[in-house]
Ligand binder design. Structure first.
Ligand code: KG4
Ligand code: ZN
Length: 364
């Protein structure tokens, strides 16, 4: 079965064709990062306009790639992200998908972006042919918009057991980089600086930034256990105070302090994620840890979670770097396993900007 997947939830215009949920035949990602860089973050209006401008080209390239791989091939369904994400950005992909599905006479499959990130380890992966073999799994979705610990019973049956109570991990990286004058997006640059420091010094000399365990009462407001939640607001404030105390970001830059600060800040995020993951693993017997989302590209996140998985004697399923950020392959891939949600009246589906993992805003 060949599914065309479309993704426009944030700042990537992306389309891909995936065979039987795992074999990626084409995968085109147009990144808008340079357009948002001057603003230090994603501007919804700019994102939406750029999606409108690029979606046709991206779809055409994805289809060309598909025909090159499968001459005379046929698309059996169109899948699209309908949430979570920026409403004006999601609308562009959803409308394109509706038009395509209708004109091709194939089903439209609406996909949850967070769940799709957790499918990425199975793309182009011969080890796990059936994601069902990894379930029940502890899913960890770490991106610019989400930080969720999810009990995955099977595809379509999820329960969020932990989350961030304020910023997502990627957002925490992005905001720190902004404070430090390191540009946007912050994750990759912080990762690179931190890696340099850690390779030379290990964890010696790191600034002890707070690790963001929320107070019990605060987590309880979301019906969650504080031991499975993170909060990065205290960490951000600590960094802000540190920068002010040291005389400003420029002074720190001149003193060559950026690698140490990046490593210290990153370590606080990574250790809090590792600690909550250990707590989540105590809840029950999982068969695997599934890691997805843009922050899963972070070398220290991967290394530390691998240690956590080894301690628990579980496999850590991670995706190839090209599938960590937003892409259409994860949408098309997950759609194959979730095609039961295809509705006859799929044309009525609306975008769902605040969609959570395991949530659906429509019934088939
Ligand atoms: O999954 P994604 O592409 O988009 C969302 O769904 O949000 O994630 C983007 C986020 C950004 O916040 C970016 O800074 C972060 O992922 N990111 C990283 C790294 N690469 C991207 N964070 C830490 N280390 C990285 N190497
Ligand atoms: Zn994403």
């Amino acid at each position: 079965m060949h599914i065309l997947g479309i993704e426009t939830s944030c700042d990537e215009t992306a389309a891909a064709v995936v065979k039987d949920g795992r074999e990626v035949l084409s995968n085109i990602v147009y990144s808008q990062i340079p357009l948002h860089q001057p603003y230090g973050g994603v501007v919804p209006e700019v994102a939406s306009r750029a999606h409108v401008e690029k979606i046709g080209e991206v779809l055409e390239s994805a289809m060309r790639g598909f025909f090159a791989a499968k001459p005379g091939g046929k698309i059996d369904a169109v899948a699209v992200t309908y949430g979570a994400g920026l409403s004006p950005a999601l609308l562009v992909g959803l409308n394109a998908a509706k038009g395509l599905a209708k004109s091709l006479g194939v089903p439209l499959i609406a996909i949850n972006h967070i769940e799709a990130h957790l499918h990425t380890p199975f793309l182009d992966n011969d080890e796990f042919r059936d994601p069902g073999e990894a379930m029940p799994a502890l899913g960890l979705a770490v991106s610019g918009g989400h930080t969720n610990w999810i009990e995955m019973e099977e595809y379509g049956r999820y329960r969020i057991i932990g989350q961030t109570l304020d910023d997502a991990a990627g957002e925490a990286f992005d905001k720190a980089a902004k404070m430090l004058g390191l540009g946007y997006p912050g994750g990759p640059v912080m990762d690179k600086l931190a890696r340099g420091y850690l390779e030379a010094n290990g964890t010696e000399g790191l600034v002890p930034f707070p690790q963001g365990r929320p107070r019990d009462g605060v987590a309880a407001l979301s019906g969650l256990d504080a031991g499975l939640c993170v909060s990065f607001s205290g960490l951000k404030t600590a960094l802000l105070r540190y920068i002010a105390r040291e005389g400003g970001a420029e002074k720190l830059q001149d003193a060559g302090e950026m690698p140490r600060i990046a490593a210290s800040y990153q370590e606080a995020i990574v250790l809090s994620i590792a600690d909550r993951t250990r707590n989540a693993l105590r809840r029950r017997n999982f068969r695997a840890i599934i890691l997805g989302g843009g922050v899963s590209l972070n070398s220290r996140v991967r290394e530390t979670l691998k240690k956590v998985a080894d301690e628990a004697r579980l496999p850590l399923l991670t995706s190839k770097p090209k599938y960590c950020g937003d892409n259409g392959a994860m949408i098309a891939g997950l759609a194959y396993f979730r095609r039961n949600i295809t509705g006859a009246d799929a044309m009525n589906i609306d975008v769902a900007p605040s969609l959570e993992a395991g949530e659906e805003t429509w019934q088939c």
